[in-house]
Design a protein around this ligand. Structure first.
Ligand SMILES: Nc1ncnc2c1ncn2[C@@H]1O[C@H](COP(=O)(O)OP(=O)(O)OP(=O)(O)O)[C@@H](O)[C@H]1O
Length: 352
């Protein structure tokens, strides 16, 4: 009998990913712990820098890449998940890395366009961008719309400059990513490294909405799982509405979200309260502990900070579906981990 997080005890953990092993009080390893990959879930992986969030998300990613019936997509702000494709111990991990992911400009509504470009809708340039986004679905169409307007020249110039800036990010393309491209059997890794927060948010919004809509319209027959590292980057930005849609309405169409962050206090309350699985590594910052404690379930008898682990790779898992809490050691990665810190000593050794 194995325990499957999000499902409960199961004689045979089918359609479940192997997460790690139980950790006993004396630190010894116990029975295997799995995570449900059958139904939709909202998972939140938290932890202080260097204690294994990205590593744990990589383990979940490996298991999803191998699972049937799911369409996993990783939003990778640091460019550390490409190593999923570098060869795996055990079963293969099918991966497609997209180095220059782009989405269609009309993924953003007029208000989001102003917010993305840091323009007030009440300003001359903001008003022009708003109208242009209403009228056109491409960046070049928006620029043409602004240039043809009889607004004051300085407002037109400012609006065109902002649209040119958005164009320079290289993340808008009328033939950008759609759900059909992202719903293959392999895991799609969207490498956003090198981009600033604004274009990353635009891609997150486009991809999140496309996957959600595709399930509502029943145009894809796999269940999407959107995995987002450094998730705090997308709360408060234009990516947030798409994430809130999945968190609050994703269950019925079957869209799952896995968020990893070192700053749980910087994701929205919705992200914490709607997560049905919380995987916590070591955390010490007062604000982060408070954010999680505020949402601590009533079935948790001791305070969360007393249960938090101390070593990298150790986690406490709070499973809302089964109202259970588990202390575990996350398993080792089958593919190389791309997120470790560089070591000056190791680099010096390779010089000789
Ligand atoms: N389950 C594990 N088993 C063994 N080692 C682990 C495990 N998890 C993490 N580690 C070790 O801890 C290091 C840091 O992990 P990771 O890069 O995932 O940290 P992080 O919390 O994501 O940090 P950051 O906030 O910098 O991204 C890894 O390089 C690895 O050496």
């Amino acid at each position: 009998m194995s325990f499957v997080i999000g499902r409960g005890a199961d004689a045979e953990p089918r359609q479940a990913g192997y997460l790690g092993q139980y950790r006993a009080l004396d630190g010894s390893e116990g029975a295997k712990l799995h995570v449900d990959l059958d139904g939709p879930h909202a998972m939140l992986i938290v932890g202080k820098r260097g204690y294994g969030k990205s590593f744990t998300m990589g383990v979940v990613a490996e298991e999803l890449a191998r699972a049937p019936g799911v369409a996993p997509v990783v939003i990778d702000p640091m460019g550390v998940f490409g190593t999923l494709g570098d060869g795996a111990d055990g079963d293969p991990v099918p991966v497609e890395v997209l180095d220059a992911p782009a989405v269609s400009a009309d993924t953003l509504d007029p208000r989001s366009w102003c917010s993305l470009l840091g323009l007030s809708p009440e300003s001359g340039a903001g008003g022009l961008v708003w109208q242009a986004a209403q009228e056109s679905s491409t960046l070049s169409g928006m620029a043409r719309h602004v240039e043809a307007s009889d607004a004051p020249a300085d407002a037109v110039r400012a609006a065109v400059n902002h649209i040119d800036l958005a164009d320079s990010w290289g993340v808008f393309d009328p033939n950008g990513l759609d759900a059909a491209v992202l719903s293959g059997t392999e895991i799609s890794v969207l490498d956003l490294s090198g981009l600033s927060a604004a274009p990353m948010n635009a891609v997150c919004r486009g991809v999140g909405e496309a996957l959600y809509r595709a399930r509502v319209d029943e145009s894809i027959d796999r269940l999407p799982w959107l995995l987002i590292d450094e998730a705090h980057t997308f709360f408060g930005g234009v990516g947030q509405p798409a994430l809130h849609t999945i968190l609050t309405r994703g269950r019925a169409p079957g869209v799952s979200l896995v968020l990893a962050t070192q700053r749980p206090s910087a994701v929205s309350e919705i992200a914490i309260s709607q997560s049905d699985v919380l995987i916590s590594h070591r955390l010490t910052a007062e604000a982060d502990l408070e954010a999680l404690t505020a949402a601590q379930p009533t079935y948790m008898n001791e305070s969360l900070d007393e249960r938090l682990p101390t070593e990298p790779g150790e986690v406490v898992v709070i499973d809302d579906a089964t109202e259970t809490i588990h202390a575990a050691q996350v398993r080792f990665r089958d593919t190389p981990h791309g997120g470790g810190s560089p070591s000056a000593r190791e680099l010096a050794t390779t010089d000789y």
